[in-house]
Design a protein around this ligand. Structure first.
Ligand code: SAH
Length: 207
């Protein structure tokens, strides 16, 4: 079994987006936040031996992390073929390093086309900085297919998320707060890190 520290170190070595598309709000969850999210889900019993979907998986940080923590099957859904290829390469590397099985499915499509039910959804969707409430279809899809949902959002989205959950027969059980480092491309030459207050919301289907 991999330790929390090993998980963070392994994730920190993942291949990142090569040409992040600002319109899609593509950025990789940093290894600290990703490993804490995954560990929280693991401790709640939502990862080990579970079927897990990573919606908008990007380069695979969350879904492949779940695989390392003993998920039975992981489904990675990503609309950007290049990002999904990076996720595959990250997986191949892990497979060699940790002797993982073939219990992962990569699906190159918009999340709206995906419909298979799973135990757990883990996602870091676009926050809707570019398009307001771009996270809405991700939440609705997660509520449609999952029993437990781990979703990362700006902290100020809490009211919106809880409202949407209620309409979908879900409720908030946990909220973990993080300060997410986002690389902000200012122009062609300058980059700076901006910290954004976010939360990992754990939402569960009502009985
Ligand atoms: N989950 C990854 C990537 C986060 S960035 C991580 O935590 O590192 C959000 C990702 O969602 C991007 O890779 C983007 O291409 C993808 N995405 C955005 N809209 C999508 C959609 N409608 N269907 C599938 N993927 C989408």
């Amino acid at each position: 079994m991999i330790s929390r520290a090993q998980l963070a170190i392994t994730i920190s070595k993942f291949e990142d987006f090569t040409n992040p598309n600002p319109a899609k709000e593509q950025y990789m969850t940093d290894s600290e936040t990703a490993s804490q999210m995954l560990w929280g889900a693991f401790m709640q019993g939502d990862i080990k031996d579970k079927i897990v979907a990573d919606l908008g998986c990007g380069t695979g940080v969350l879904g492949l992390g779940a695989l390392l923590l003993g998920a039975k099957w992981v489904i990675m859904v990503e609309v950007d073929g290049k990002a999904l290829e990076a996720a595959r390469r990250n997986y191949e590397r892990l497979r060699t390093q940790f002797g993982l099985g073939n219990n992962v499915t990569f699906i190159n499509s918009d999340i709206s086309m995906y419909s298979k039910e799973v135990d757990t959804v883990i996602e870091n969707p676009p926050f809707g900085v570019q398009n307001e409430h771009a996270d809405r279809p991700f939440l609705l899809k997660a509520f449609g297919i999952g029993k437990a949902v781990y979703s990362l959002h700006k902290i100020e989205s809490q009211g919106f998320i809880e409202g949407l959950a209620k309409e979908s027969n879900f409720h908030l059980t946990h909220l973990w707060r993080y300060s997410l480092p986002l690389k902000k491309t200012m122009d062609f030459h300058t980059r700076r890190i901006e910290r954004v207050a976010v939360g990992c919301f754990r939402l569960e289907k009502n009985d």
